[in-house]
Design a protein around this ligand. Structure first.
Ligand code: 5GP
Length: 120
């Protein structure tokens, strides 16, 4: 079990957020510092630190994150034009909050996937 982060406090409604969805497996809320017109975070209620900690036991929650992303994209009106889902992992992945989360980004063209870097 990972150490609890600010996201657990949001899930438990101990901290305010613009929460869009919650069920027994996942919670979705708007990012406090949106990078796009729509920027939603979808997180498992269980504090799994990162994708490096995901096991078969988490498959239901990981799958639910995707179906909730699809539903919220429809609700937000960004499904037709498309959107990007991002899960950062660890230091090189530039993950800031150690509670695995999926970014749902859309409402405009998100640009290139990433800055290309050649292997040395
Ligand atoms: P990461 O870099 O870990 O993939 O993304 C963390 C995201 O969490 C960032 O986009 C950041 O703006 C967001 N974030 C950090 N603290 C809070 C918070 O207290 N509330 C909300 N709603 N988002 C947060």
């Amino acid at each position: 079990m990972a150490t609890e982060t600010i996201f657990t406090k949001i899930i438990n409604k101990e901290l305010p957020s613009d929460m869009l969805y919650q069920d027994e497996l996942v919670t979705a809320f708007r990012d406090i510092n949106p990078a796009m017109p729509t920027h939603v975070l979808i997180v498992p209620n269980e504090p799994i630190a990162s994708n490096a900690d995901v096991t078969e036991a988490h498959e239901a929650a990981m799958g639910r994150m995707h179906t909730v992303a699809r539903k919220l994209a429809e609700d937000e009106g960004i499904a037709q034009d498309g959107y990007r889902l991002i899960i950062n992992c660890g230091e090189n992945g530039r993950q800031e909050v150690p509670h695995i989360h999926m970014h749902l980004l859309g409402g405009a063209n998100v640009g290139p996937m990433l800055i290309r870097q050649k292997s040395s």
